[in-house]
Design a binder for this molecule. Structure first.
Ligand code: 5GP
Ligand code: ZN
Length: 112
């Protein structure tokens, strides 16, 4: 989608710090981090929200990517939080499916 910021990042039309990338998924640093480690795990294909994605293999790849990043960053034992904000009341602001990966400080309560 031409007016979608994550599509533009996937197409390399705008810059982001890309930490990992596969054929279908990319991992970038959040531009406005809420924790010392705050990554976004994003399918390259545009799905507006989690509710619009029926591709269970892709959803599984998002979780596998979270585990891979946790291992690589040495955060698996320490801990991390993954969040998929969905639609307005879920706090979603960018309407291209993405998973937050947050770590590096104690995350207490709802969003820490
Ligand atoms: P949401 O609120 O939709 O769950 O999360 C959107 C996230 O995307 C926010 O944490 C916000 O900081 C991040 N974000 C928005 N625009 C950009 C951008 O252009 N680049 C990067 N790296 N992150 C962005
Ligand atoms: Zn998009």
């Amino acid at each position: 989608m031409s007016d979608c910021v994550f599509c533009m990042i996937a197409e390399k039309k705008i810059k982001a710090e890309i930490l990992a990338e596969t054929e279908k998924v990319m991992v970038i640093k959040d531009i406005n981090p809420q924790s010392p480690t705050h990554l976004l795990i994003i399918p390259k294909k545009h799905y507006r929200t989690l509710m619009d994605c029926e591709d269970n293999e892709l959803l599984s790849e998002l979780l596998q990517t979270a585990r891979k990043m946790a291992r690589e960053l040495g955060l698996g034992d320490r801990g991390f939080r993954i969040v998929i904000n969905t639609n307005e009341e879920g706090g979603q602001t960018v309407f291209h499916l993405h998973m937050h990966f947050m770590a590096g400080r104690p995350l207490l309560g709802r969003m820490g």
